[in-house]
Design a binder for this molecule. Sequence first.
Ligand code: ADP
Length: 553
Amino acid sequence: MEQQPTYNQLLNETQELRWQLEEANDAIEAIRTGQVDALIVKNNEGPQLYTLKSADQTYRLFIEKMTEGAVTLNTEGIILYSNSRFAVLVGQPLERMVGVHFTNFVAEISKDKFAKIIKSAWDSDCKTELYITDKTQTPIPCLLSCNAMEFDGGTALSLIITDLTIQKETQLQLELQFDQLEVAQKLTQKLNDELEETVRERTKDLTISREYLKLLTDNIPQMTWTNLPGGEVTFCNQRWYDYTGLDFDTAKEKGWWQAIIHPDDLQQTIDRYHEALKTGQVFEIENRYKKADGSCRWHLTRGIPLKNELGEILFWVGTATDIEEQKQQMDKKDEFIGIASHELKTPLTSLKGYIQIMGVYKSEELPPVIKQYIVKANQAINKLHNLVNDLLDVSKIQAGRLNYTMINFDLADMIDAAIENVRQIYPGHQFVGEIAPKLMVNGNSERLEQVLMNLVSNAAKYSKENTEILIRAYNYDGGARVSVTDVGIGLSQEQMEKIFERFYRVEDKQFLTSGLGMGLYISSEIINTHNGKIGVESELGKGSTFYFELPAV
Ligand code: ADP
């Protein structure tokens, strides 16, 4: 039976072990600080002597300061020396490193790899990446390089351990960024491809629409062109070249109107064109264009601005439509009206005379029914007389022969008399006059009365019975202004723009009235020859105010 050690024996053994530990610590400290160049390590084969070949101070300090871990192993893989960096890496106190088997610091996943590499490392230098582990068992990626070293008394393996954590993280980040970059690049490429496709499609569409436009513009009977807001011409259709016999370079010149517009229409055309370029409003004018053979034809010229969403003019589209035939027909019609009204005037005057003679017979001499017929015939003849007079006026205006004498007279007197007159003619309406006294103007009293009567009868014709018609006359800008306001059917903006044209009438199915659309045309000509202004303010369904202004005497 084995004898139990005594208390004193155990005490001695503990004391012995403590001395050995102190010795070992002293030895390590001595190696680190360069106080010893060799040490004896006991193993299974008994004590062995290990010496450091270049055991100088500088060398050791260099190893201590290295940012890599440096370890020396004996043939059994036991650590003979470790620098502080490696101890820090594996999270162990430096004094506990010596004598520990290196595999303790190799991560589980790298143990096989380490076993293989360590075998071959004694024969030749080698390097590998593997995972070291610290006391928390966290695997740390490292580069391990192994070099076998000859000692005076044997061999040892030096290991240099480089921590790859930062490199690996950086690499990971780089890979991640590279992946993101690749995705972004693919996306950009896709967008680019789509964009290229769209541009290709659009270019195709543009080419097609340009061809369409050319085909269309070259085959319409009108001349057409486009010009920039500054006036520079950018395009003319084939008809323009064929008609004018000019080339594009001439068209591009600023003064191309001179080359093709009839001299009598030129100034007005240029003025309207410049006005339109300035205001951005659609412009329209009837003018004559010279053909390549020198002859002229009437055209209706229109310029329309094309604007962007900000309302800025991008370019103008101009068209000139041949209206020569219409003009000739209009001339023929005017000629016919002139002749017919003239021819009607003579028998009408005789007829009026005979009826007047019949009217002076005493009541006893004629049966009462005949007397009534004479009154009715007189009214009809007066209407006919007015109509023929209007027709004659129109043809006179056309021929530029609407002449009359002008004198200074009091407009207020004329208007007062006219109001009395219309009260007899339109007894169903209430006429209210606001006439300022003494409104001296220079003009033809009969013609101005004709204008006023036309405005007042229109007001009565285009409003319901029992409604009010207000006639005002007052001093205005040194001259006079006369206005006639009704609460009748009113006019739209489009109608207002055309109302002073010859033979223009509004088609109102609910408010059918007789007329030929001459009254306002004649009125505007009369006011124009008085150097005045005629106009209308109106709202559809609410009523209208027609007015004319005459300049100061
Ligand atoms: P008309 O003989 O047809 O009355 P006008 O030249 O005097 O000829 O008038 C032209 C057109 O203007 C008329 O047909 C009518 O449609 C419109 N018009 C004139 N005066 C008025 C008004 N006070 N209210 C509404 N429409 C009017």
